[in-house]
Design a binder for this molecule. Structure first.
Ligand SMILES: Cc1cc2nc3c(=O)[nH]c(=O)nc-3n(C[C@H](O)[C@H](O)[C@H](O)COP(=O)(O)OP(=O)(O)OC[C@H]3O[C@@H](n4cnc5c(N)ncnc54)[C@H](O)[C@@H]3O)c2cc1C
Length: 438
């Protein structure tokens, strides 16, 4: 083989490698573009809170951030630079910023377009209202380990405040009311119990906070953290179900005082302590810890029977409704997605009620799937109609001025949510709006 033909072979091999590289990169970019387009079409372009901001002038396009993201599709390469693809999927792991070799990524709160309201707190997690504290995601930092750590630290601060100021120690009422039984609330309750504080946790839904609402089987990435009384959470990677089982075990073992399916509506300062008005009672406490996350409170319909245990505001697992008569109420994407998923479960009878005459707020792809299932008779669509009453075995629905009673085992209401901002302002808590602040 002469020198010329050797060069030709080397050249051909290099060209082949280059061609394969270009094909792989283009395929990856097409995939990323599809994710971004879907997010834009759905109007899901603004991250919930803390998220990466990428400086394109510094980004090398190496893709280290894309590979490091535990959620998979938050950011990726487009046109050779990293971009946010599905910003609403970001929960603030920060792995992208750590992986970037050039420091092109900064973690920020809010965007120039959509500010994020955060309560102002001091180093002890206390707000401008003395005695009201904030822990966990409500303060802006996502992640289970941050929520757990802040829940613990906030209660330590509350205990020290009581120890140094005897006016905080009162007869009657609770020493501390904790709002929310997510990771921050559970850690706070354990800390309060470990110090013999007279505490109560009030949770509008079920144990676990955001974790309870993850999709079935979701892989949860977390870092080891230490919980008072319970010891350390050792796992780094687990599933939603295992984590919830772990927390249920802790709550049962330590007999934590938690009242479920009760919402805190207002907190009013009254005679040096707080009157905490819930959906069921008024309780008094010397201090309140807000561990309510940032996802808000589901909007209720205020119809008779809405407090029955068969009524929920989010579908977690369609399989649990197998063989049941289920009513889905609402006309947004969550309602349509819930109805479509339920219709795929054999023997489930799905009815959907929406008060408007057409779905103006739902994505086209969801509307098309729903239309198809309605045509196939898998979903019965009552529109426009209004849910008027819920009984243990039936529901009353008003349609064309006539009430019909339908057999029913479960009701899923998807009527949107109310963000906690208004609730915090009513309690007198000062807020700060962040527009892309590191
Ligand atoms: C889809 C998804 C995947 C995630 N994956 C991960 C992961 O892999 N690893 C990780 O570390 N983090 C993950 N996170 C983030 C993590 O779940 C949150 O950061 C964490 O749960 C925050 O804990 P928290 O206790 O502050 O708030 P939350 O978990 O949101 O809990 C707040 C609780 O307060 C209750 N509440 C709200 N308002 C009221 C009220 N007025 N009265 C009474 N109760 C009220 C709510 O019902 C809720 O139970 C994920 C989040 C989502 C949405």
């Amino acid at each position: 083989m002469n020198l010329d033909s050797s060069w030709a072979i080397y050249g051909a091999v290099l060209a082949l490698i280059w061609a394969i590289y270009v094909i792989v990169v283009r395929k990856g970019e097409r995939y990323n573009q599809a994710i971004k387009t879907a997010a834009v079409e759905a109007g899901l372009t603004e991250p919930a809170s803390i998220h990466p901001q990428i400086d394109p002038a510094v980004c090398l396009g190496c893709g280290a951030c894309e590979r490091a993201c535990p959620e998979g599709d938050v950011l990726g390469l487009l046109g050779g630079k990293a971009e946010l693809l599905a910003p609403t999927h970001c929960i603030g792991h920060g792995e992208c910023a750590r992986a970037c070799p050039t420091g092109a990524i900064t973690l920020v709160f809010g965007t120039a377009k959509r500010g994020v309201d955060l309560p102002q707190v001091n180093a002890n997690f206390e707000t401008n209202v003395p005695g009201i504290f904030v822990a966990g995601e409500l303060g802006g930092m996502g992640l289970i380990r941050n929520a757990v750590e802040q829940g613990r630290q906030a209660v330590e601060a509350i205990r020290k405040r009581r120890a140094s100021d005897q006016s905080q120690v009162r007869a009657g009422g609770y020493d501390l009311i904790i709002a929310g039984a997510g990771p921050a609330g559970i850690a706070a309750a354990l800390t309060a119990k470990s110090h013999n504080l007279n505490y109560l946790v009030i949770e509008q839904d079920d144990l676990g906070g955001a974790v309870f609402k993850y999709p079935r089987g979701k892989v949860v990435m977390t870092a080891p953290v230490v919980l008072p009384l319970a010891g350390s959470i050792k796992f780094r990677e687990t599933t939603k179900e295992s984590l919830l089982a772990f927390w249920h075990g802790i709550v049962d073992k330590h007999k934590l005082a938690i009242r479920y399916r009760e919402r805190i509506d207002d907190i009013v300062e009254d005679g040096g302590e707080f009157a905490v008005r819930t959906s069921k009672a008024i309780e008094r406490a010397s201090a309140v810890l807000l561990a309510i996350g940032r996802r808000g409170t589901p909007r209720t319909l205020n119809v008779p029977g809405e407090d029955l245990p068969k009524v929920v505001y989010q579908m977690i697992d369609p399989e649990q409704y197998r063989g049941q008569h289920v009513l889905v109420v609402g006309g947004g994407d969550s309602a349509l997605e819930a109805a479509v998923q339920l219709a795929a479960v054999p023997d489930t009878v799905v009815t959907m009620s929406y008060r408007a005459g057409h779905f103006a707020r739902a994505r086209l792809s969801n509307r098309e799937k729903l239309d198809q299932l309605v045509r196939q008779g898998r979903i019965r669509l009552l529109m426009p109609s209004e849910l008027r009453r819920i009984d243990s075995n039936s529901v009353d629905i008003l349609r064309d001025d006539k009430i019909s009673t339908l057999p029913n085992d479960a009701v899923i209401i998807c009527a949107g949510g109310i963000l906690p901002t208004e609730f915090l302002r009513r309690a007198g808590i000062a807020m700060e709006t962040k527009y892309g602040t590191p």
